[in-house]
Design a protein around this ligand. Structure first.
Ligand code: ADP
Ligand code: MG
Length: 478
């Protein structure tokens, strides 16, 4: 009986896996039948001895089959490992060459085969030097020596001889290979085609450029959005002085007419009684007393307009404005006024500020930081029905000006506190927030040599603290 099927053969006493093409030796093809025949021939003499022999042969046979099964299993595992390795080597776009200690090629991957345009069989067994251009061969030989001494070789540039006869520059890394006894057995060379690297670099560069452009556009968007929000406030700010300049000018025009009429009466030689009556009717005394304050008020209004326009220009100015001495207190008032005036429902703004606070800084940037902080506080207070309040305090501590903008809104939740300074982090609906205000403010504060931090406000709500060097030191560039 030939054990070609799968299952347990009680006679053979061994498990037979399916698909094994195995033909047992004829003498033990059916052990019990044969042994019975043998016993018949030889009689009872040495019967036990024969049974013993047959058993032993049986055992040997079973062992043989077990070894065969194990061997098949190992073969399958080996084949799997070989396929796996082959697919990995095939998937690598870098070229790979394995050579022995004398520089004879032992294995290469499909990328190398493709590059040099020769069959793998033709390459294996040749000298590794033959794969490279003449000027680099000495270096490759030297590398084998270096590796033998236990050093590593990275970042070399060698040109392989490509299929079309041209040189294909490779950025090469070489490492030593050791045998089971730990002896130097050759090297593994991995090379990345430099053309490929350059292309990848160009793509990266282009992507980087696009990213920078987008970032720049977004920063501009944030600035435009902030500016847009402010325009309403500024319009209101301008409206005040302009309307009283107008009012004053109309009054002056009227006064001018009265004075002209009065002087004409004098020139016409009217009687003193008539002139006195006219002076009374035209309220010449009040007109004369009013002219001074009217002109002063008009001038003040015009100056206010000029200041607002200057602030606006500074706000939209380029970031490279010079360091200059400025009064932080006035900047705080202007920034807060701009934001608050633009709001439909303005919160109460409390100022706890000294009379003046001179610091050396960049006004436009400071103004932008302050506007951002006050605007955020005002946004946070929108949900509060009543008692909404922003508190702005400033004090000097040694060489530092410390300014805080606090509100009694909901504050920043624990989970968001480490994210608010990240670009694009916003909890506001689309269109209402860009998530760049705090990022820009944080970066500007650092560039001005200071810092911007968040803390919960003492009575609940948010508190942002801006620290700036009074003397305007620049950020230390790493
Ligand atoms: N005063 C504040 N109170 C509560 N949350 C605030 C306050 N200021 C900032 N935040 C939070 O930080 C986020 C980021 O602010 P910001 O960078 O100015 O972007 P944006 O105002 O466009 O959302 C806001 O969306 C908000 O969640
Ligand atoms: Mg904001």
């Amino acid at each position: 009986m030939a054990p070609t099927g799968s299952g347990f053969d009680p006679l053979a006493g061994a498990f037979m896996p399916a698909g094994l093409d195995f033909t047992p030796p004829p003498m033990i093809s059916d052990p019990l039948v044969e042994s019975a025949a043998l016993l018949g021939e030889m009689g009872a003499v040495g019967e036990e001895m024969w049974i013993d022999v047959i058993r032993k042969m049986d055992n040997v046979y079973a062992d043989l089959i077990a070894s065969q099964v194990a061997l098949e299993e190992r073969n399958a595992a080996l084949e799997q490992a070989r396929t796996f390795l082959g697919s990995v080597l095939g998937a690598i776009s870098d070229v790979l060459i394995v050579c022995d200690a004398q520089g004879t090629v032992e294995q290469v991957n499909p990328a190398l085969v493709g590059l040099v345009g020769q069959d793998e069989k033709a390459i294996v067994g040749t000298a590794i030097l033959s794969l490279f251009a003449e000027p680099h061969r000495a270096d490759i030989l030297e590398t084998l020596g270096v590796l033998r001494r236990g050093e590593t070789v990275v970042g070399r540039e060698w040109a392989a001889l490509a299929a079309d006869g041209s040189d294909a520059a490779l950025s090469v890394h070489c490492s030593a290979r050791h045998d089971a006894g730990g002896r130097f057995a050759g090297m593994v060379l991995v090379g990345r085609p430099i053309g490929e690297l350059q292309r990848a670099y160009r793509e990266l560069d282009a992507a980087h450029q696009r990213l920078r452009q987008t970032q720049q556009q977004l920063l501009t968007t944030e600035k435009m959005a902030a500016l847009g929000r402010l325009v309403a406030g500024v319009a209101h700010e301008l409206n005040n002085p302009i309307s009283f300049v107008f009012g004053n000018m109309y009054a002056l025009k009227r006064y001018g007419a009265a004075i002209t009429e009065y002087l004409s009466a004098i020139d016409a030689g009217r009687s003193p009684a008539e002139i006195a009556a006219l002076r009374d009717r035209l309220k010449i005394d009040r007109v004369l007393a009013d002219i001074g304050p009217l002109v002063d008020g008009t001038l003040e209004g015009a100056e206010r307009v000029r200041d607002i326009v200057q602030d606006l220009r500074r706000f939209s100015a380029n970031q490279r404005e010079p360091l200059e001495s400025c009064n932080l207190v006035r900047l705080v008032h202007t920034a807060a006024d701009w934001v608050v005036k633009a709001l439909r429902e303005a919160p109460e703004v409390r100022f706890d500020l000294p009379e003046r606070m001179e610091i050396v800084s960049r006004k436009g940037q400071l103004h932008q930081i302050l506007v951002n902080l006050v605007q955020n506080a005002a946004d946070a207070l929108k949900t509060r029905e009543e008692g909404a309040r922003i508190t702005i305090t400033a004090r000097q501590e040694g060489d530092w000006a410390i300014l805080s903008v606090a509100d009694n809104g909901p504050g920043v939740s624990r989970g968001h506190q480490d994210k608010i300074f990240e670009p694009f982090f916003t909890t506001k609906p689309i269109g209402a927030g860009t998530g760049l205000g705090l990022y820009v403010s944080y970066t500007m504060a650092a560039k001005l040599g200071g810092s911007l931090d968040y803390a919960d406000a003492p009575g609940g709500g948010a508190m942002f603290t801006l620290r700036l060097p009074v003397a305007g030191e620049e950020e230390v560039q790493p």
